[in-house]
Write a protein of this length. Sequence first.
Length: 303
Amino acid sequence: MGQTLAQTSPAAAAVFAEADAALGESISELAWAGPADRLDLTENAQPAILAASIAILAALRERWAAEGLTPPTPSFIAGHSMGQYSALVAAGALDLADGIRLVRERGRLMQASGQGRDGAMAALIGLDDARLPELVEAASQHGVFVVANRNAPGQVVVSGERPAIEAGAELAKSLGAKRAIVLPVSVAAHSPLMAEAADGMREALTGIVFHDPEVPLLANKDGRQIETAEACRTELVEHLTAGVDWVRAVERMTAAGVTTFVEIGPGRVLTGLIKRIAPEAEAIAADDPGSLDRLLALATVPA
């Protein structure tokens, strides 16, 4: 993640260097060279993704400046799950070094939370959103069962205790889901099983300096606008146990007149989801070298 970018962009290289310094070890080398099994550990993957995301943003800003262009001011910034940390850094609400250290702790806390309760998650594809309340009510008879991510119409992830998730996956098929896949994870993210992680994160955030977002920032749970430094702090605690309603966030932005979305980070998952939620909008993945011309066009020439 980001190795070629760091070799060609001093701004991106500086981001990775700051991430390495924040952790006291080279997360950049792990991101670039592996080994994959160590990088895949949540406590390593999360800071690596955050560093790569902000490196892409820094390189883009660097390129705009080199071309003599004024970067566009986003109408909104929104992050999906751990991506909320990237959003906070991009919005000027959280320093990168603090964000890097916090996402590492977040990964550790999530892995440790809910010990003794077998957590699980499942992806449901093709289920009518109108059937979700019925599914949640029925599956909850078997244990904790909540909607963790509402990613796009007909695409949700559920989370909770394994018996409930397994029962819910089968029930979802009978309610019309085309596919119901129990995921190979042991952490029930964005569910009440993360209560211990939320308590730990509240403590980890003590002493961390937050700032009011410089541009409108949207909450994971319901797409509401986060306006203050203290609300940013609260968001990072609450989103561990609450779900991510990405559909609502995107709909909030399009209703406000947004027609172009830029995904800042490795991969194009959110670009694909946005195209399903708002097919009339333009969605650009910033990690695609071929998208550079379109991204440059978003900036303006100073008067």
